[in-house]
Design a binder for this molecule. Structure first.
Ligand SMILES: [Zn+2]
Length: 127
């Protein structure tokens, strides 16, 4: 499954980054995914729970931000976001646009880590 290998590689990358903070737990991972990366978010969310089990990412939230396709039209010079991926024509002048500026991304935008020291410090302050 496509999504399983994606989830696995994201977990690997995040776990490696989180290793810099011993004892820390990952709370949230934010992804930027282009429409053309063909990721099914439901499947990815399902795989996420399975793959993060018994890692520092266990119980973390996966937030997927879907990016629309943005085309650059050499004909009229317009950059346009497309609503769908049925047509790759410039909505402005109707020419087939060859320059894809955005839409194939699959990258980690942000990782939110919870450091245990912080929680302990806050509790000590309250007491
Ligand atoms: Zn155009």
């Amino acid at each position: 499954m496509h999504e399983l290998s994606i989830a696995t590689s994201i977990v690997d990358i995040v776990a490696e980054s989180a290793a810099a903070y011993p004892g820390a737990r990952v709370r949230e991972v934010r992804l930027r995914v282009g429409v053309l990366a063909a990721v099914v978010e439901d499947s990815l969310q399902f795989c996420w729970e399975v793959v993060t089990e018994d890692t520092v990412l266990a119980g973390s939230r996966l937030v997927v931000r879907v990016l629309p396709v943005i085309l650059h039209c050499a004909g009229c010079g317009t950059d346009s976001a497309l609503d769908g991926i049925q047509s790759f024509r410039c909505p402005c002048c109707g020419e087939p646009a060859s320059d894809l500026l955005q839409g194939r991304e699959l990258e980690i935008e942000a990782i939110e880590v919870e450091e245990p020291e912080l929680g302990a410090g806050m509790k000590a302050e309250e007491a």
